[in-house]
Design a protein around this ligand. Structure first.
Ligand code: G16
Ligand code: MG
Length: 213
């Protein structure tokens, strides 16, 4: 019996990956190298500091810890300037309808995101009130693929792992859900997300009866 759904944010509810990409690309240019859309795939679901490490590896640069903090912060200020302009019409198709049907049927909802900007994004797109619990980059100590972000959500909702379904678009996130003993629905391409229990292209394909596998 499914009692709760746990949602990743970036790539599942909204496409913030495009703003992360612009902000990282601008930082790479400042540091004197190029950063492609293909490189950006490696940053999905990964924490801010780990993302910077991957970016520096791509550009063959090494920085001191202090410089890293400076540039991570600079990237974030730039990224926040983009997400501050987000509006409700950026919610991905079918998401709001699915959240509404979950609530109508008494299924609990939590966010499980790596982002420290998750509260701001939910606020911008007007979805904060749909979530019973929010677990994000501010409240976890171990990043995905560690299951902490999802097990913490399940605990807060008072449900067991077996009673949860996780929605994820990133390989690290699917690994986290599976490590936590949860059923995981991938959102995206079948080839990349083969570790998920099943994959949907988007929430237009999702309905309540698909939860009762
Ligand atoms: C998101 C993104 C990642 C990003 C991370 C941290 O995670 O997928 O690309 O690096 O959050 O974001 P911030 O710099 O805003 O703290 P998720 O778990 O929502 O997909
Ligand atoms: Mg994601």
């Amino acid at each position: 019996q499914i009692k709760a759904c746990l949602f990743d944010l970036d790539g599942v509810i909204v496409d913030t990956a495009k703003y992360h990409y612009i902000a990282w690309k601008e930082l790479a240019q400042e540091l004197g190298f190029d950063f492609t859309e293909e490189d950006n795939e490696r940053l999905k679901g990964v924490s801010r500091m780990r993302s910077l490490d991957i970016l520096l590896e791509i550009g063959n640069k090494s920085l001191s810890e202090q410089e890293k903090l400076h540039y991570a912060d600079k990237k974030n200020v730039n990224y926040v300037s983009y997400i501050q302009k987000m509006e409700e019409d950026e919610i991905l198709p079918g998401v709001k309808e699915f959240l509404t049907s979950l609530r109508a049927n008494g299924i609990k909802i939590a966010l499980g995101s790596a982002s420290k900007n998750a509260p701001l994004i939910l606020n911008q797109i007007g979805l904060t009130s749909y979530f019973d619990e929010i677990v994000d980059g501010n409240s976890v100590s171990k990043a995905k693929p560690d299951p902490e972000v999802f097990t913490k959500g399940a605990n807060l909702l008072n449900v067991t792992a077996e009673e949860c379904v996780v929605f994820e678009d990133a390989v690290a996130g699917i690994e986290a859900a599976k490590a936590g003993g949860m059923y995981c629905i991938g959102v995206g391409e079948e080839e990349t997300l083969s570790e998920a229990d099943f994959v949907i292209k988007g929430f237009d394909e999702m309905s309540l009866d698909r939860l009762k596998f």
